[in-house]
Design a protein around this ligand. Structure first.
Ligand code: PBG
Length: 335
């Protein structure tokens, strides 16, 4: 909102008065970050045994089903409303068409059932895309060297139904195929899953900042080429409006912008334009950069994390997916 400048100038006006002490600063703070805003992404691995550290993401692990249940329980105890699951599929189960994605007993579906049995009040969110399941690391099916849209959507719908049947609360399609929100919404309605929420990765950019994530789910090493024919060009913001309008029209309940910090302008525009619940994904590369700088003693991790998360709220985000969620929840509780 643009307002006229206030009358009066120095020394009548001294903006520093409102910053004079902590109590006043608390009262005049415009944006607030709370534990309710945070969603914790968790990586899964097949088989039991100890959690495996993700080399490119300090403090982040891949968990087997039992451990994931314990981690989800910790999330609930910290007051986090939701976790989002990302599987690392064993190579032997990867195929060109990613059919493991809709196996009702795949790693994701087993974990959804186990978490919902243990902590029914915690929202379980899942990713809809084929990259953890394909031999080529793309989010869709390839024909003659092209990622084909409509055939990919058919597989994504089957994946969505498998996760819905397993008990997921929120499905988050991250694939960026055209028409997938509508196709998934129709399939959910027909399958008596009318209440399942869709959080559309509406404005997802072809970004350099997904590198550590691709390590974590094991899709980075196998990825052939790039994702520029389906993920958005970082040059564009009008297109983000169009993508988001389409996803809402097709049945998205919530929308997402991804990555976060380099796209705060997009978060702001989308929240202003549509006034729907808007999420932002503080992605793996953003998280790891902060850690890398902190390890060198260049940035204070806790302060850096909280400042970044607050910037998302100030830009207009309602929800934030961040690997820093458990730490942020601890810091918020100790304030
Ligand atoms: C899969 C997916 C990606 C991320 C979330 N879902 C990677 C990609 O599109 O290549 C990235 C998340 C992160 O970097 O933290 N479609």
């Amino acid at each position: 909102m643009t307002r006229m400048p206030y009358p009066g100038c120095y020394p009548t006006a001294r903006p520093r008065r409102n910053r004079a002490d902590a109590a006043t600063r608390r009262m005049v703070a415009e944006a607030r970050l709370g534990v309710d805003d945070l969603i914790w992404p968790i990586f899964l691995k097949d088989g039991g045994g100890a959690a495996e550290p993700v080399d490119s993401m300090p403090g982040v692990f891949r968990y087997g089903v039992d451990e994931a249940v314990a981690v989800a329980h910790r999330a609930a105890q910290l007051g986090l409303p939701a976790v989002v699951l990302f599987p690392c599929t064993p190579d032997g189960l990867k195929t060109d068409d990613g059919r493991e994605s809709y196996n009702p007993d795949n790693l994701t579906c087993r974990t959804i059932r186990a978490i919902k049995a243990a902590d029914p009040g915690l929202a379980v969110m899942t990713d809809i895309a084929l990259d953890p399941y394909t031999t080529h690391g793309h989010d869709g099916v390839i024909r003659d060297g092209r990622i084909v849209n409509d055939e990919s959507v058919e597989v994504l719908v089957r994946q969505a139904l498998a996760q819905a049947d397993a008990g997921a609360d929120i499905l988050a399609p991250s694939d960026m195929m055209d028409g997938r929100i509508g196709a998934i919404r129709r399939a959910l309605e027909q399958a008596n899953h009318a209440e399942i929420r869709l959080m559309a990765y509406a404005a997802k950019y072809a970004s350099a900042f997904y590198g550590p994530f691709r390590d974590a789910v094991g899709s980075g090493g196998v990825l052939r080429g790039d994702k520029k024919t389906y993920q958005m060009d970082p040059a564009n913001s009008e297109e983000a409006i169009r993508e988001t309008a389409l996803d809402i029209a097709e049945g998205a309940d919530m929308v997402m912008v991804k990555p976060g910090l380099p796209y705060l302008d997009i978060v702001h525009r989308i929240k202003q334009a549509f006034a729907v619940p808007t999420a932002v994904y503080h992605v793996s590369g953003e998280f790891s950069m902060l850690h890398a700088a902190a390890e060198r003693g260049w940035i204070d991790y806790d302060r850096g994390l909280m400042e970044v998360l607050l910037s998302f709220k100030r830009a207009g985000a309602d929800m934030i997916l961040t690997y820093g969620a458990p730490r942020a929840a601890e810091l918020l509780a100790s304030r």
